[in-house]
Design a protein around this ligand. Structure first.
Ligand SMILES: NC(=O)c1ccc[n+]([C@@H]2O[C@H](COP(=O)([O-])OP(=O)(O)OC[C@H]3O[C@@H](n4cnc5c(N)ncnc54)[C@H](OP(=O)(O)O)[C@@H]3O)[C@@H](O)[C@H]2O)c1
Length: 327
């Protein structure tokens, strides 16, 4: 098969389309013929040498894919999946390839009304956003959610899931085009972080009380303003460190407002935890996608051998939603 190989850590040009050995499914895995994969910020960090694959994971980038099952590996005969089934999958790596081995617990059916190519945009964002908003933060109807980077792959999904769960959603983004798209997806308030102090706008938009949950991709640079923006009993969930990994925290403010701060990654979780998250997504989120309440947000599609160009587009941050690569 062919795969995108990271020759050495560096800029997008280190990505090369090469012939490599086919993966061999281990116990509990199936082999999937990849139709499409999607680009994630983590792939850029992996390419730069800042986010190595966890032990045992494929060395090729790619955290999600869609395609069809080519082979059932050992121990998967009674799993309910068959050769030829169309699927999408959460991966620990290896999606930028013509074939990938996937633990059966990380397979998802294609939601009805979604094309096979569009389905590649869903597993990573659905599992990340569902696990953090519901399982970690316990977001519920009537609460207010602040999503940073509302135009991102993660953000466009979080706005839709937050609305579907009955929350009032506020977003930050760096352009009016991204804020407009977030409003179309259901956001009640859009804040251009380049022009406005988001903590001050959140205070105004919530009548001074603050938000119940924040889904944050910035980390260090936003910690103080995030703490300031939370309501009593608020929960901050940090899933990205685009603004650095270190910051001071005002514990006094946390005590008084009874706040909690969580930080999680999906990729490093063990397979059984990923399977639990995937099962929750299949049961609770896929019906919302099938009903059209949540839609894939696909910015553009490129051929997989052009992965370097896709990375340049992501690093320029001009995209809204997901960038897809097709085999
Ligand atoms: N922990 C996990 O399990 C997990 C899983 C998946 C993704 N993530 C993280 O989630 C983040 C988004 O990933 P993605 O793949 O969706 O990437 P993406 O589509 O490239 O999104 C990054 C977004 O951040 C926005 N941004 C940059 N600076 C900002 C700021 N100061 N305030 C608000 N927004 C800002 C960018 O656009 P504008 O500047 O134009 O607004 C862009 O929309 C990444 O940090 C990624 O590592 C974490």
């Amino acid at each position: 098969m062919h795969a995108i190989v990271i020759n050495e850590p560096g800029d997008a040009d280190v990505l090369a389309w090469r012939e490599v050995p086919d993966p061999v499914p281990s116990l509990g895995e199936v082999l999937v013929d990849v139709t499409a994969t999607a680009v994630n910020r983590a792939d850029v960090a992996q390419r730069q040498g800042a986010y190595p694959p966890p032990p045992g994971a494929s060395e090729y980038p790619g955290l999600e894919c869609s395609g069809s099952i080519a082979e059932l590996g050992p121990g998967t005969e009674g799993s309910g999946w068959s050769v030829g089934d169309e699927v999408c999958a959460l991966l620990t790596g290896g999606g930028y390839a013509e074939r990938v081995a996937v633990p059966v617990g990380q397979l998802l059916p294609i939601p009805s009304g979604v094309s096979l190519v569009e389905a590649a945009t869903l597993p990573e964002v659905a599992c990340t956003v569902w696990s953090n908003l519901r399982m970690v933060a316990g977001l519920s109807a009537g609460e207010t959610l602040l999503v940073h980077g509302g135009g991102s792959g993660i953000g466009t999904f979080a706005v839709q899931l937050g609305c579907a769960l009955g929350a009032r959603v506020i977003v930050t983004a760096g352009s009016e085009a991204k804020l407009d798209r977030c409003r179309e997806l259901g956001a009640a308030v859009g804040i251009n972080y380049r022009e406005e102090d988001f903590a001050a706008r959140v205070k105004d938009a919530t009548g001074g009380s603050g938000v119940d949950v924040i889904l944050d991709i910035m980390g260090g640079s936003y910690l103080e303003s995030n703490i300031r923006s939370l309501a009593i009993g608020g929960r901050l969930v940090i899933i990205g460190l685009m603004g650095g990994r270190k910051a001071e925290i005002d514990l006094g403010r946390m005590l008084v407002k009874r706040l909690s701060v969580h930080a999680t990654t999906l990729r490093s979780r063990p397979a059984d935890e990923k399977a639990r998250i995937v099962a929750g997504v299949a049961e609770q989120v896929w019906p919302l996608v099938a009903a059209g309440t949540i839609r894939p947000v696909l910015d553009q599609t490129l051929p997989l051998p052009q992965a370097a160009e896709a990375h340049r587009i992501m690093e320029a941050s001009a995209h809204i939603g997901k960038i897809v690569l097709t085999t």
